[in-house]
Ligand binder design. Structure first.
Ligand SMILES: [Zn+2]
Ligand SMILES: [Zn+2]
Length: 160
């Protein structure tokens, strides 16, 4: 969705609400992206305040289980028509007075993604030796000792 911004920059007390969805062109998404919020000019400051709701379907990075996650990402920015000294990530420079909201929403969504998706915060993953899903129980394989840890333990013993 494109939002024509000229009227927001030209007068105070303008507000436009929106509530719509668009398809994300990425296989990771298992639902359209639902965007709701508003753009307003309040005492000369034009701001965008919205949230994006969608679902992603992927595999847990540790145990490879299929997971579907519902996510909500806030999309909040100040909009400016001209570059100024306060220019930073919170400020979006709008070219030609038109805001491409879908594009901005997708940027915020990708920035909010974790470096990897897990089925749960403390997923134990798979045993590297036998492939057993350790969330379902220990497999009984002997864990190889991390050589760095072994060196540290040896050092500590020397101190005693
Ligand atoms: Zn997992
Ligand atoms: Zn094992």
């Amino acid at each position: 969705m494109n939002i024509e911004l000229r009227r927001f920059f030209e007068s105070d007390d303008v507000r436009q609400d929106f509530d719509y969805e668009f398809p994300a062109e990425d296989d990771l998404f298992s639902s359209p992206v639902h965007v709701s919020g508003f753009v307003k000019n309040a005492t000369g400051i034009v701001s965008l305040s919205a949230k994006a709701e969608f679902a992603v379907s992927t595999q847990c990075a540790k145990c490879a289980k299929n997971i579907t996650k519902s996510m909500t990402v806030p999309v909040k920015h100040f909009l400016i028509a001209h570059l100024n000294d306060e220019n930073n990530d919170e400020y979006i420079l709008v070219e030609n007075m038109v805001l491409n909201l879908d594009e901005l929403v997708m940027e915020d969504i990708y920035l909010s993604f974790p470096t990897r998706f897990l089925c749960k915060e403390d997923c134990k993953g798979l045993c590297p030796l036998c492939g057993q899903d350790l969330n379902e129980g220990e497999c009984g394989c002997r864990k190889p000792v991390d050589p760095r840890l072994a060196a540290l333990q040896a050092l500590l013993r020397d101190d005693e």
